[in-house]
Design a protein. Structure first.
Length: 411
């Protein structure tokens, strides 16, 4: 956590009183025979006392996510929007937020040599800009290479903490392709390890672009789509991505998964509270919004994951303003508008229909749409978001009067 949190100065420490204390017992187990316990692993958070107790797990990520959970509680009480997101800033001062679940590309895409890194995972959107909750990055290391992710690769040096990575005892080199311990290999390093980071990690500018990340393992979502405000709220509430074969025990093919606000385990208030705040921010600041699919082209069975160079080219086109002026085509199955051209990206990559036969694509799309209908956001008996995609349910043009619907349902 020394790498992951903001480090105070000596003057700040002189008058420092901790807002939160984390007691981590590592592998020392919880008593699973206690009433209500089903596991020897226990992670407990007392928001009133500002205490967190961790028993029976050595996964370091529990600590940073405990801090995020505390922020998810305290920040809305102050009218501030906490987000499971990355953020960076361009030379022109334009700020981009990247929302997404683990494995969708927040850390990779926010580490851009032409932009200043604010942070890779936890931020708060305020009336005066954006600030990072943390002082470090927690990057995935599976198959890491200097060729594909040079900023992250070079950040792993003396002082960085590797988690579950395999190291050759003789050469003392790390084999990032060896996932024999777990697929979830990680490294924690301070922000200062990224040459173009922002210290302090904040921006006084309002975000000009909001990018929602998903890793679609079914190969049917466009690689990038432009969203209106209602679509942003819908995708934010659903938090869709795919679990891929080999990433978890028992997962042998792509499985749709949903996590409200791209961080359901960390939410303290009702998801609609965060969604209402996001809708208000988008309305007030006029940020452009995009759905970026870092997943498969043509499906996991016979296709391939969208090459990182194409994904980066699409993000570059967002930042340059190219996609704001591009021509668009409608993906009817999902009511998403995708660009017909983007510099550095082949046209057939942009259109998912180019990777499927006319007979197979509707069937694959229908499966994902039904997955959204059956498995998407619903909590506490509340109705699901009152519109769905394209020709399967209500059209987005008559989807919802966003503010009115939230006024009736938010708590």
């Amino acid at each position: 956590m020394h790498n992951m949190l903001v480090q105070p100065t000596a003057d700040e420490l002189a008058t420092f009183t901790p807002d939160m204390t984390i007691l981590n017992a590592g592998c020392f187990p919880a008593n699973r025979f206690t009433k209500g316990m089903t596991s020897s692993c226990s992670v407990d958070l007392h928001l009133g006392r500002g205490e967190m107790v961790i028993l029976g797990t050595q996964y370091a990520g529990e600590m940073k996510k405990g801090v995020l959970t505390a922020m998810m509680y305290h920040m809305p009480l102050r009218g501030l929007l906490p987000l499971h997101s990355a953020a960076n800033e361009g030379l022109d001062g334009g700020v981009t937020l990247f929302f997404g679940l683990s494995g969708t590309g927040k850390t990779t895409l926010s580490a851009d040599p032409r932009r200043s890194l604010i942070g890779d995972d936890e931020h708060v959107w305020t009336d005066t800009g954006v600030f990072n909750v943390e002082g470090g990055c927690y990057a995935k290391c599976a198959h890491l290479s200097r060729d594909k992710e040079p900023e992250i690769f070079d950040a792993i040096r003396f002082g960085a903490v590797l988690e579950n990575c395999v190291v050759d005892r003789d050469s003392r080199t790390v084999d990032y392709s060896d996932l024999s311990i777990t697929e979830n290999t990680r490294c924690a390093y301070p922000l200062e390890s990224i040459p173009n980071c922002k210290i302090p990690a904040l921006s006084p500018r309002q975000p000009s672009n909001v990018i929602l990340l998903t890793c679609d393992g079914f190969g049917v979502l466009p690689p990038i789509s432009k969203l209106n405000k209602e679509q942003v709220v819908y995708h934010f509430l659903n938090g869709y991505t795919s679990k891929m074969a080999g990433t978890e025990m028992g997962i042998t093919s792509a499985v749709a998964t949903f996590s409200s606000c791209y961080g359901e385990p960390f939410l303290v208030w009702h998801p609609l509270k965060y969604a209402q705040m996001l809708a208000d921010k988008l309305e007030a600041e006029g940020a452009s919004a995009w759905l970026l699919n870092t997943g498969w082209i043509g499906g996991a069975a016979h296709g391939r994951r969208c090459p990182l160079k194409y994904t980066r080219a699409m993000v570059d086109a967002v930042h340059s303003g190219e996609l704001a002026q591009a021509g668009y085509k409608m993906c009817d199955h999902f009511n998403l508008s995708f660009p017909v051209a983007c510099t550095g990206v082949p046209a057939e990559i942009l259109d998912p229909a180019a990777s499927w036969s006319d007979q197979v694509l509707p069937w694959r799309c229908r499966g994902l749409v039904m997955g959204h209908r059956d498995g998407a956001w619903c909590r506490d008996g509340q109705p699901k978001c009152p519109f769905l995609y394209g020709n399967v349910a209500h059209h987005t043009s008559s989807a919802m009067a966003c503010t009115g619907w939230f006024d009736c349902h938010a708590s």
